[in-house]
Design a binder for this molecule. Structure first.
Ligand code: GLN
Length: 451
C-alpha cells in the first residue's frame, strides 16, 4: 500500500533519493517468513520505515545527498538500520536531506528539492525534509532522521508530524555519516506520539560501537506515550522564545497549547534562560568546526567520487578537484568557517568562546530543571517558508533553528508535536517540549497529552 501511495504522490513530493520496489518487497517477504516460522519479533514487525539517506544501509546506496558519495554502497548497516531490520521493519527507501544534514529546508540536496505535502510551493523543513515529507504525505508510516541543530524537530513542525531528538548518546551514531559528532542524534518521525515512541524504543539504547553511547537504563518512552497524565507536572515556558520575530499564528497556537497543558493539571510558570539567544551563534562555530574535521575523510581515495585522476596529477591535486566538484556551496561554506575558527590564533576567540557559551547554556538548563520538569517553546518561529525564499540568505535560513539549538548544545531530550494550524496560512505549527538528559519519557508524556 505504501509503495502504491509513493507511486502516486512521489512525482509531486519528491521525498526519496532511492526507492527499489523489489528490495522492499523481498524484505517484506523475509519478515513474513520469520513470523510464520514462529520467531518472536517486536510490535513493529512488518511495518515499513523510510531512512534518511545519511544512515548506512547495506542493500541500498547511501549518499548524504552529496555528489561526493554518489553511487556509494556501504558494506554494512548503521546500528539504527540494523536494529530496525532485526525488529522486522521493512525499508521503503532512502529519503532526501540537505547535503550532509547542513540546512533547514532540504534545498541543499545535490539531487533535487523536496516539497511540503501541505503546500507544494513550501519547503518540508530540513535537514531531514525527505523523512518528514514522506510521513506527512502518507508515503511512509514511520521514518528516521538526525538532529544536530534541529533537523528532526523543525521539519516535523512544518509538516505537522511528531519528531523527537533523543538525549545525545541515547541513540547510536554508528554508521551515521558524521556532520558534528558532539551534536548528531538519530531520532524518529511519526504521525502520532505513540508511533514515534515505538520507533524510538526499537532503535535506541546502548551501543558499544559508539564511544559516546550512554550505558544506562532509559525510562520507557512507550510506557510514557501510553500514559499522558500530566497532572501536577511543572511546565516552564521559556520567556526568550516568543515575541518579536515570531509569526502571530505560531504564537497563537503555542499559547493555546500552553493553556491546554494548564487545563490538564500542569503547573505552568515562566522561566528565563537569557543565554539561549546566544546558542545560535555558538552552534555556527561549533558545528562547522566539527564538520571541517569530519569531512576531511572525503579525500577522493576512500569513497565515491574521484575527479581528474588521469595519471598526471598528484594526490593533492586530485583531492582538491574532487572536493571542489563533489561538495555543494553550503558544505564548502561550513568547511571554510570551521577551518577558520579552528586555526591557531583564532581558536580561543571563536571555538574556545563558543564552547564556553555551550557550558553556560547547559548550566541554564540545569537551573531551569531545578524549578520545572519540562520546558516548552514554539519549535520554530514561523510556519513553512517558500521554496527559494531563504536560499540566498544563509542567516535567514539559520534562524529557523533558533529555538531548537539549545537542546543540542546541552544534549537534552526534545520533541516537536503538532499543535494546530496558523491562521495566516493554514500551515502546521509545532510545540517544542524539552526535558533533561535521559528524561526522554517526559517529552512523550507531555506530547501525548497535547496531541
Ligand atoms: N539547520 C541546522 C544546520 O544547518 C541544523 C542541521 C541539523 O540539525 N542537521 O546546521
Amino acid at each position: 500500500a505504501h509503495l502504491d501511495r509513493m507511486a502516486e504522490v512521489e512525482p509531486k513530493v519528491q521525498a526519496f533519493l532511492h526507492v527499489d520496489r523489489e528490495t522492499t518487497l523481498e524484505q517484506a517477504r523475509a519478515v513474513d517468513a520469520r513470523l510464520r516460522a514462529g520467531e518472536k519479533l517486536g510490535p513493529l514487525a512488518g511495518v515499513p520505515v523510510a531512512h534518511k539517506d545519511i544512515f548506512a544501509t547495506r542493500d541500498m546506496p547511501t549518499t548524504a545527498a552529496s555528489k561526493i558519495l554518489e553511487g556509494w554502497r556501504p558494506p554494512y548497516d548503521a546500528t539504527v538500520t540494523a536494529r530496525l531490520r532485526e525488529a522486522g521493519l521493512v525499508i521503503l527507501g532512502k529519503t532526501n536531506l540537505d547535503e550532509f544534514a547542513m540546512g533547514s529546508s532540504t534545498e541543499n540536496s545535490a539531487y533535487h528539492v523536496t516539497h511540503n505535502p501541505w503546500d507544494l510551493s513550501k519547503v518540508p523543513g530540513g535537514s531531514s525534509g525527505g523523512s518528514s515529507a514522506a510521513v506527512a504525505a502518507y508515503e511512509a508510516p514511520l521514518s528516521t532522521g538526525t538532529d544536530t541543530g534541529g533537523s528532526i524537530r523543525q521539519p516535523a513542525s512544518v509538516t505537522g508530524i511528531v519528531g523527537m531528538k533523543p538525549t545525545y548518546g541515547g541513540s547510536s551514531r554508528y554508521g551515521l555519516i558524521a556532520f558534528a559528532s558532539s551534536l548528531d542524534t538519530p531520532g524518529p518521525f511519526a504521525r502520532n506520539v505513540l508511533d514515534a515512541a515505538l520507533l524510538h524504543e526499537a532503535f535506541s539504547g546502548h551501543d558499544p560501537m559508539d564511544s559516546t553511547s550512554i550505558d544506562r537504563p532509559v525510562p520507557s518512552v512507550v510506557e510514557a506515550a501510553r500514559n499522558p497524565d500530566i497532572a501536577g507536572m511543572r511546565v516552564g515556558v521559556v520567556k526568550e522564545f516568543a515575541g518579536e520575530g515570531y509569526q502571530a499564528g505560531v504564537l497563537a497556537r503555542y499559547h493555546e497549547a500552553v493553556q491546554l497543558l494548564e487545563s490538564l493539571g500542569a503547573k505552568v510558570v515562566e522561566v528565563s534562560c537569557p543565554s539561549f539567544t546566544t546558542a545560535l551563534p555558538a552552534y555556527y562555530l561549533i558545528a562547522p568546526s566539527e564538520c571541517s574535521s569530519n569531512l576531511a575523510r572525503f579525500d577522493a581515495m576512500r569513497y565515491g567520487l574521484r575527479v581528474g585522476d588521469d595519471g598526471t596529477r598528484s594526490a593533492e591535486e586530485v583531492m582538491a578537484l574532487t572536493r571542489a566538484a563533489g561538495f555543494g556551496d553550503e558544505v564548502k561554506r561550513r568547511i571554510m568557517l570551521g577551518t577558520y575558527a579552528l586555526s591557531s590564533g583564532y581558536y580561543d576567540a571563536y571555538y574556545g568562546q563558543a564552547q564556553k557559551v555551550r557550558t553556560v547554556i547547559s548550566r541554564e538548563f540545569e537551573a531551569a530543571y531545578q524549578q520545572v520538569d519540562v520546558l516548552v517553546s514554539p519549535t520554530t518561529p514561523t510556519t513553512a517558508f517558500g521554496i527559494g525564499e531563504r536560499a540566498d540568505d544563509p542567516i535567514a535560513m539559520y534562524l529557523a533553528d533558533l529555538c531548537t539549538i539549545p537542546s543540542n548544545l546541552a544534549g537534552n531530550a526534545a520533541m516537536s508535536v503538532p499543535c494546530g494550524l496558523a491562521d495566516e496560512d493554514n500551515l502546521p505549527v509545532g510545540l517544542q517540549i524539552m526535558a533533561p538528559v535521559l528524561a526522554d519519557d517526559r517529552c512523550y508524556r507531555v506530547g501525548a497529552a497535547v496531541e
